[in-house]
Each structure stands twice: as structure tokens, then as C-alpha cells.
Design a protein around this ligand. Structure first.
Ligand code: MOS
Length: 740
């Protein structure tokens, strides 16, 4: 098949407005719980008030006496199959999948009250009396009773962590050394759209309306839990109101609602409350780090050791093992890495935007700043000295534009004017600090399928079960189809978020644009080949000899439809079959023939009030290189949101744990702090051009998660520059800057 080189000056890269923007702002876009179903019953969850122990007794008399209450599911009347836990991808988000009687964490689902109205269900939940035999829980690092496990033995993802040479020896004989510890707190995704599930049966056919980052995973998981054929389950999720990793895997709630709908022979609708969302779904686990460096006086690093510790639940070996990435960002000579999993009586954590790199690169980039200070070197220059086109293990980067990002961001920020002495840049009562840090995120691409239909009148329809989680996937897919078919974006309709459509992988790991665009490109090119086998391009804006209408006339066709499957390098031939079965294949990052990563540099100005220690971030500049950009408008929007989240991680966000009860304290949006408009002032995004045709046919590196990596370190580094105080435990709150 002939294929013209894509021309990035055409539709791709255009700052096209979102194709679904109008639907969203007018409220016409239907989110899962917006679908109206006939005569629904309403569900309300009852969650455990203890973190560890057993249910002793359940008394439903009061609950069943509430007018409108229809039934209450408990472990005594409901037992479903269990789906194997997996860390990310498909599979279940937790091993705690039934309604007891064992209790493994605070807020575990123990009963589901079903009623004619939401209010009656809620009242029934309050009147459900459960008594427990409680044991003392272990809540987090340092709590008595936690158990430790070597991540490389417990989880396939951490099996072979990067090692090179003798790092201990290299550090002990180095001219300059650093040994520092860092920590990051628990965080919760808190998507604005709550966790909802609506289930409808039509005889043996089940339809699940649920916001999802992986509809095929959900379909297959629910089928397995209920012992029904997967062909009998349809999942519908056309729009998702924020997810960030929290809606990627099968959650226990879904199958309870499906089971309830069958039992009542009536549709059932559940909207999980904000506070319950903290425990019935996943979260970002707290981490601890010890980083050791050895370096020459000229800044060349000769040894690097990164040891991480991560919290997880009792049964599940969840780990992000971000040493995979921290150990490659620079050339260190010798490398040693290790990750320890710490099991506590907690719900199982899960992926949250930039899962491995947010905590591990925060630690690395803080340590780099501390090393630069020890070396009396500019922190940008320290990165330059250790920049390399191969990592310490000898693998090459497919492309790497880290220093271009630094140079562009430094220039825009005015970094040259920085006086390196801490506390030296004062403006009245405000201590000014400037700091910087690197962003890095692995480039993933997955097996995917799509169907494209081009009609003789110049309209096209693209069908792919992609996930519109706010990233703009419909828009970039429309742009890709428009570009390859030579028609305007406005002539393309994109259908997503439904298991009736060809599957795409889990919308995680920032793979979606690369995977979806690669397969849609393939389907469009097949249509093009049928239309004009002699030409490589068709359509009006290519200057081709024959118009689209004439091509169809010559072929005596009204439309051409092509179904395509895309297999990235490394995918086995059965990858598409597995995808239909709910098991996605994702390749890339550090696991391919070359290292595939997107990179960036962020520069931050902070102002710390000399008396009150109030911390402000008046200015942030980020420069990012991530291969070809499908749409500069949606790309910029991803980076902005991510950098704001980074500021949030640095200064605001933390889920507080009552360690006596292993319970989350601030499980609401009033107490769980995130930035508001007044917290964010100047924010500049620089898109650094980069071409990488190795990563995938579309040349796209993912950007959904890159922008909030490194931000917290840049802020921490700036806070040190302003005050001379190094905060090594996030978030940085003013009480940590009090010196008296
Ligand atoms: Mo993202 S945390 O990989 O869904």
C-alpha cells in the first residue's frame, strides 16, 4: 500500500476547537448517569466503619422498614465470582470484591440498599445496623503491624529494575556525595464526575452505563463476576467527567449493581458519594525515597542509588516502581535501584496521573537541586553535564529533547537574572525563589482496532471505543481521519465509548492519541488505496487529479468502509483478540528496543511572605517536547491542567490519615485542598518541536501525563531558593517554613 508522508502542516497539529465542545457547554453531552432508564431503582452503598476485622452481625429490620426500600444486598445473600487483581491495565482494581464478612480496609462496601428513590435508599443505608469484631489496623509507614515485601519479587512490573555497575563503590569514592530522603502523601483523584453505575437488563442482555477508561475491560470483568458470556454485556461510556486513573479498572460496585438489577428485574442506578469514593476506588499511595549521588567536582554523576517504598493494601502488590524512569533520566555511570512494598490495612491504591514519575521524579529532581547546590553549579548546567543519548544501562533514546526544553523555558523565564544565593531576591516582605525541574513520561502505544466509513458525499464516520476523558480524543481522531481522507474536520463524525465499537486500549499511560490515531490512520489509508490505487492522495485539498466524487463514481460505489487493526512493535499476533477479551497490550517506555519518552522542563517562581510564610506561585513556565502534536490547542490545555495539578501536589494536596483507625479524614472537596483560580497566576506553555518516527506511525508521544511531572520539585527547589529551607516531604505548607 502506498502511503504519503503525513504533512503536519495540514489538519494534524492545527489548534482545532474540540469537536464536542458545543455538546459539552450546552449540556447535551451525555455522561453515564445522564442516560435515562425506565423506572429505575436507586442504590446506596453501606461501607464499613472499621478497617480490619469481621462482620459479626447484620440487622436489616429497620432498613427494610423504611418506606420504599426494596432489598438490601449483604454477604449473607450475595456472593459473586472474583476477578483477578492486576496492577493497572485490565483486571480488577482490588482483591476486596465481596461484601464481607472479612473487612480489609475502612470504607469497604458491606451492603447495598435498593429502594424506589435515592432518599429512601440513603435512609435505608443509615438504618442498616452492622456490628463488627474489630482488630487494630496498621495504617501507613511506621505503623506497627505493616509487612514489607521486595517489589521485584511481588509484582511482575518491577521484576527487573535498572542496575548498572557498582553504585555503592562509585559513590563511596566520589568527590562530592549526597544522601537525602523524600516523601509524598496519599492523594485522591477526585474527578468532578462521581463514580456512577447504571445497569439495565433486557432478558439476558446487560447494559452498563458507567464512566470508564476501558470499556472492554469493564465488559469482560462484569461478565466474569456474574458468570455470563461477555457477548451479553454492553458498556456505554461516551463521555467521562474526569478520571485520572480512577476509572481504569473493574471496581467491585459495578457487579453489585448489575446483580441487583437482575434480582429486582428493574434498572438500578448508583451514584457513589464523594466521601465513599475515597475508599471504594483507588488513590495515589504515599511513598518514601532515599536517594544517593556520587559526582565529580565538574558535576559529572558517577553513581546513583534510588530506593523507594510504597504503601499498598494487605492482599495486593500494587507498585509503580518509578525507579524505572528516575534511573534513566540522566547518565549516572553506576546505578542501583530497589523498591519495597509496604502492606497495610488500606484499600488498594491505583494509578493516578503520571503514577510512577510524579513521586519518583519529585524525589530525583529535588536531589538534583541539592546536588547542584553542593557543587555550586547552576542546576540547569548540572542537567546538561549529565544529559546523554544513552542511559547508564546502555540503551539509546529514540529521541530526547530535554536540554532544548530547558533552554527554551529558561529563556522565556529569564533564568539568567537569577541570583543563586538563597533569600537574595527579595521584594519588600516577599522572599522570591526561582526553581526548575525536569518532566519525563514514558511513551506508550497499544494494540487497537477501528472502523472508518467514507461516503461519496465527502462525509466520514469513525468508530472506535476510545475514551473521552477530557483529553480531546474525538477531536484528534477526527483530525487524523480528515487529514488522511482529504476532507474537512467538520465532515468527520467520531463515535467512542461503547463496546459495540472496535476496541481501543485502556485510556491510561498517555497512550490513547498514539494508539487511536495509528489505527485510524491505517483504516483511512486502506480506504484511500481502494479509492485511488494509483495515487497516494485523494480529495480536494491535496491537488489530486480526481475529486472524491469522481473516484466514487468511477468505482460505482456509494461508500467505502474499512476495519483496521493496529499492532505496535512487540505485540503478539493475538493482541487484538486479547483486547476484545479485556486485556490490553501496551508497549513502549523503557521496554522496547529504544527508550521512548516525552520530556520537558519547568521553571517556577515562588513568593514566600517573610513574616506569615504564605506561599504563592505567581509564575510558571513549562517547555515540552513530545513528538508530533495532533492539536496544539488540546495539547496546551493538557499541559496547563497538568502544571496546575503539579502546583497542587507541591502546596495543597494530601489525604490525611487518622492512623489510629486507618481512616481518611478529609474525604470531601472542602477539606481536600486543590488550587482555585486565585492560586494560579501566570502560566506559560512552550511547545518544543520534535520529530520521532520510531515511536509509532503517527509519530505521537503521549502528553496527558507529562506536564505534572517535576512541577512539585520545581516548586520545592524554588521554595529553598527563596528561604534556604529544604522541604523534603510534600505538600509544602507554611508551617514547614516557620523558623521560630
Ligand atoms: Mo493514567 S493514571 O495512566 O489513567
Amino acid at each position: 500500500m502506498s502511503r504519503a508522508a503525513p504533512d503536519p502542516k495540514r489538519n494534524m497539529g492545527e489548534p482545532a476547537p474540540r469537536v464536542d465542545g458545543r455538546l459539552k457547554v450546552t449540556g447535551e453531552a451525555l455522561y453515564a448517569s445522564d442516560f435515562s432508564v425506565r423506572n429505575p431503582a436507586f442504590a446506596f452503598l453501606v461501607t464499613s466503619s472499621i478497617a480490619k476485622g469481621r462482620i459479626k452481625e447484620i440487622d436489616l429490620a429497620d432498613a427494610l422498614g423504611v418506606p420504599g426500600v426494596l432489598d438490601v444486598l449483604t454477604y449473607e445473600n450475595t456472593k459473586l465470582n472474583e476477578v483477578k487483581y492486576s496492577t493497572g491495565g485490565g483486571g480488577a482494581a482490588t482483591s476486596w470484591q465481596n461484601l464481607g464478612p472479612e473487612i480489609g480496609h475502612d470504607g469497604q462496601i458491606v451492603a447495598v440498599v435498593l429502594a424506589d428513590s435515592f432518599e429512601a435508599a440513603r435512609e435505608g443505608a443509615y438504618r442498616t445496623k452492622i456490628s463488627y469484631a474489630a482488630e487494630k489496623p496498621s495504617s501507613t509507614f511506621g505503623s506497627p503491624g505493616v509487612t514489607q515485601e521486595d517489589a521485584s519479587k511481588a509484582n511482575e512490573r518491577a521484576k527487573e529494575l535498572p542496575q548498572a555497575g557498582d553504585a555503592e563503590a562509585a559513590i563511596s569514592s566520589a568527590e562530592v556525595t549526597l544522601d537525602a530522603e523524600y516523601g509524598t502523601p496519599t492523594q485522591h483523584h477526585n474527578p468532578i464526575e462521581l463514580f456512577t453505575t447504571t445497569c439495565v437488563w433486557n432478558d439476558d442482555e446487560l447494559t452498563v452505563y458507567e464512566p470508564s477508561q476501558f470499556v472492554f475491560g469493564l465488559k469482560n470483568g462484569v461478565a466474569q463476576k456474574l458468570s455470563i458470556p461477555a457477548e451479553h454485556v454492553r458498556v456505554v461510556s461516551p463521555f467521562v467527567g474526569g478520571a485520572f486513573g480512577s476509572k481504569a479498572q473493574l471496581s467491585p460496585r459495578t457487579s453489585f449493581i448489575a446483580y441487583a438489577a437482575k434480582k429486582l428485574n428493574r434498572p438500578v442506578k448508583l451514584v457513589v458519594t464523594r466521601d465513599q469514593g475515597f475508599t471504594v476506588q483507588t488513590y495515589r499511595a504515599e511513598t518514601q525515597h532515599r536517594i544517593r549521588f556520587g559526582a565529580h567536582r565538574n558535576g559529572k554523576i558517577v553513581g546513583f542509588i534510588h530506593e523507594g517504598q510504597e504503601i499498598t493494601s494487605r492482599p495486593d502488590p500494587y507498585t509503580v516502581a518509578g525507579v524505572e524512569d528516575s534511573a534513566r533520566l540522566y547518565h549516572y555511570g553506576a546505578v542501583k535501584t530497589h523498591v519495597t512494598i509496604v502492606h497495610a490495612d488500606r484499600n488498594t491504591p491505583g494509578f493516578m496521573r503520571s503514577p510512577p514519575v510524579v513521586p519518583y521524579i519529585y524525589a530525583l529532581e529535588s536531589a538534583m537541586d541539592e546536588l547542584a547546590i553542593k557543587l555550586e553549579m547552576d542546576p540547569v548546567e548540572l542537567r546538561r553535564v549529565n544529559d546523554s543519548m544513552t542511559d547508564s544501562m546502555g540503551k539509546q533514546w529514540s529521541s530526547r529533547s530535554l536540554m532544548q526544553c530547558y533552554d527554551e523555558a529558561a529563556k522565556a523565564f529569564g533564568w539568567q537574572q537569577r541570583d543563586a544565593r538563597p533569600g537574595s531576591m527579595r521584594d519588600g516582605d516577599w522572599l522570591i525563589g526561582w526553581g526548575c525541574a525536569s518532566a519525563v513520561y514514558p511513551t506508550h502505544v497499544g494494540a487497537a482496532a477501528a472502523r472508518v466509513r467514507l461516503i461519496a458525499d465527502g462525509h466520514a464516520r469513525v468508530q472506535i471505543a476510545a475514551h473521552e476523558i477530557g483529553t480531546g480524543v474525538r477531536t484528534v481522531v477526527a483530525q487524523m481521519a480528515a487529514e488522511r481522507l482529504g476532507i474537512p474536520v467538520s465532515a468527520v463524525t467520531v463515535e467512542t465509548g461503547d463496546t459495540e465499537l472496535p476496541p481501543s486500549p485502556v485510556a491510561g499511560g498517555s497512550n490513547q492519541t498514539a494508539s487511536c490515531c495509528s489505527v485510524v490512520m491505517k483504516a483511512c489509508d486502506a480506504i484511500r488505496a481502494k479509492l485511488a490505487p494509483q495515487q497516494s492522495t485523494v480529495g480536494s485539498n491535496t491537488g489530486a487529479q480526481e475529486s472524491l466524487a469522481d473516484s466514487f463514481k468511477r468505482l460505482k460505489l456509494g461508500a467505502i468502509e474499512e476495519y483496521a487493526e493496529f499492532l505496535p512493535p512487540g505485540a503478539k499476533p493475538d493482541a487484538i483478540k486479547n483486547l476484545y477479551a479485556g486485556k490490553p497490550y501496551l508497549g513502549g517506555g523503557s521496554h522496547g528496543e529504544k527508550l521512548m519518552y516525552a520530556m520537558g522542563a519547568e521553571f517556577v517562581e515562588v513568593r514566600v511572605h517573610a513574616q506569615t510564610r504564605e506561599i504563592r506561585v505567581p509564575r510558571i513556565v513549562g517547555a515540552f517536547a513530545a513528538g508530533r502534536l495532533m492539536n496544539t490547542r488540546t495539547a496546551r490545555s493538557q499541559y496547563m491542567g497538568a502544571m496546575i495539578w503539579g502546583i497542587s501536589s507541591a502546596l495543597h494536596e494530601a489525604t490525611e490519615i487518622d492512623t489510629r483507625n486507618a481512616r481518611y479524614v478529609n474525604d470531601n472537596l472542602a477539606d481536600y485542598l486543590v488550587p482555585v483560580n486565585a492560586d494560579i497566576q501566570q502560566l506559560e506553555v512552550i511547545l518544543v518541536p520534535e520529530e520521532d518516527n520510531f515511536v509509532n506511525p503517527a509519530g505521537v508521544k503521549g502528553i496527558g501525563e507529562l506536564g505534572n511531572v517535576g512541577t512539585a520539585a520545581a516548586v520545592a527547589n524554588a521554595v529553598y531558593h527563596a528561604t534556604g529551607i529544604r522541604v523534603r516531604q510534600l505538600p509544602i505548607r507554611l508551617e514547614k517554613l516557620l523558623t521560630i
